[in-house]
Design a protein around this ligand. Structure first.
Ligand code: GLU
Length: 462
């Protein structure tokens, strides 16, 4: 059995988003469950749109998610180079070979000629397709210094693909016009570069989105023409938004960078993305647990829906499961006021947080002196609020120890002496102690602050 080699081949033309990451994750899981290799190839041949900063962000996002790769541009490996732009000599040699074998030809058609052809076909209600006018040019008819593209001479045949998700797919190559494999700038087109690279990198399995389904018959013809072995293809249905339209910018920003900045943990992203077209079962799982369960046969043939609520659900679970030290690091709480208490505080508040921003918001009143907002200060200046705060401070002074029973006794005492109850009793205390309307239960607030700090805070609002 050959060793499994999968690849993730992003183009560095933007930030990675949920859809890309699902492709990366499934290829990673498949490589890992088969003890194979996961290769990162940067497809940067579109020089106008590719940017190095995006390449760096791809590394950053994959590392953050824990999707490590065995071979790649900076890492190296035996099948390099792994940046497609550095493989142009290899692509060119393959194209020359196809031309010499008569399987591809130089096309001298100008842009204008091709536009005219498309317009004619459109007005005749025909699909746009190259008409093959340079297919059989005699050498003497070839202009000597004119720019040219290289087109693949598409053979007439039925193409069959055994797809991992869709099963047997049949295409008729007669619907495919001779397509460009090398542009007039000498750069290999995506379909050609991907085929040459997949073959020379010994890629055994390609898992990618359904949006590539129309490329696959072309790619299979190219593998065949080059006499190279094609990988097994699996196309996964697209990810939809809540309105059932393909997930796009319209649905909000789902770049990994934005998700990270919104306070989501990598394992929440991994667990959400893993459920887009696959069902590994319930519960937050580690990457290696997911890998152990992964198989192409279990992937779904119907489109999946990205649900932010599910991401939030896993995030809450991930926060609960995380050690305080890690959460402090991830939420940059380590730099806040009283870092020595941070671990205890984070342990106490993490159950209430659905993201790292909330966690920080919940923890800060215990690590720094709270800044009371205008609204909160106004509420605290009401006579009933001041009376409650004062009565509570007095009750607290008399307590030797603050535990749940003591807290209940104090609340009862304040209730009796002020006649306030419910929100009018508890909100002034919360506001005076934390500066905020929401947070963990008051008994917990007192425990974290300790008697002296709590008294100091209450005094300010009597
Ligand atoms: N660079 C292509 C993309 O980002 C890769 C497609 C493929 O997996 O072959 O869509």
């Amino acid at each position: 059995m050959s060793i499994v080699r999968t690849r993730f081949a992003p183009s560095p033309t933007g930030r990675l988003h949920i859809g890309n990451i699902r492709t990366a994750l499934f290829n990673w899981l498949f490589a890992r469950v088969n003890s194979g290799s996961f290769i990162l190839r940067i497809e940067d041949t579109d020089t106008a749109r590719s940017r190095f900063e995006y390449e760096l962000s791809i590394y950053e996002d994959l590392k953050w998610l824990g999707l490590d790769w065995d071979e790649g541009p900076e890492k190296g490996g035996e099948y390099g180079p792994y940046r497609q732009s550095e493989r142009s000599a290899i692509h060119k040699a393959a194209a020359v070979r196809l031309v010499n074998e008569g399987k591809a030809y130089k096309c001298y058609c100008t842009k204008e000629q091709l536009e005219d052809l498309r317009a004619e076909q459109a007005s005749a209600g025909m699909p746009p397709r190259y008409d093959g006018r340079c297919r059989n040019l005699a050498p003497e008819a070839m202009p000597s210094n004119a720019p040219f593209t290289v087109r693949f001479r598409v053979p007439e045949k039925d193409i069959r693909i055994m797809d991992g998700v869709h099963g047997l797919l049949a295409f008729d190559s007669r619907n495919i016009g001779d397509f460009v494999i090398v542009g007039s700038d000498g750069v290999a087109a995506y379909n050609f570069a991907a085929v040459v690279d997949d073959a020379l990198m010994d890629i055994t399995h390609v898992i990618r989105g359904d949006d590539h389904l129309s490329n696959t018959p072309r790619q299979l013809l190219l593998f065949e023409a080059l006499g190279l072995k094609a990988p097994l293809f699996t196309h996964i249905p697209l990810v939809l938004g809540p309105d059932k339209a393909p997930l796009s910018k319209r649905h909000g920003s789902f770049s990994i960078e934005d998700i990270r900045e919104q306070g989501f943990l990598p394992e929440a992203v991994v667990n959400t993305v893993a459920r887009l077209g696959w069902n590994p079962g319930e519960g937050l799982m580690e990457l290696d647990e997911l890998a152990a369960l992964f198989s192409i046969e279990k992937l779904s043939a119907s489109p999946s829906e990205f649900d932010v609520e599910r991401l939030k659900f896993y995030n809450k679970a991930a926060i609960q499961k995380s050690r305080a030290e890690r959460l402090i690091e991830l939420s940059s709480l380590s730099t806040a006021g009283h870092p020595e208490n941070a671990a205890q505080v984070v342990e106490a508040v993490k159950g209430n947080a659905s993201d790292l921003k909330e966690l920080k918001e919940l923890a800060l009143p215990f690590l720094t002196e709270p800044e009371t907002g205008v609204e909160e200060a106004k509420e605290l200046s009401e006579p009933y609020a001041r009376a409650v705060v004062k009565a509570f401070r007095e009750a607290l002074e008399g307590m030797a120890e603050i535990n749940l029973d003591a807290y209940k006794d104090m609340v009862e005492a304040v209730k009796a002496s002020t006649g306030e109850k419910g929100k009018r009793l508890l909100m002034p205390l919360r506001l005076a102690l934390t500066g905020r309307h929401a947070g963990i239960e008051l008994a917990g607030v007192l425990r974290l602050l300790g008697k002296e700090r709590a008294i100091d805070r209450l005094r300010k609002y009597e």
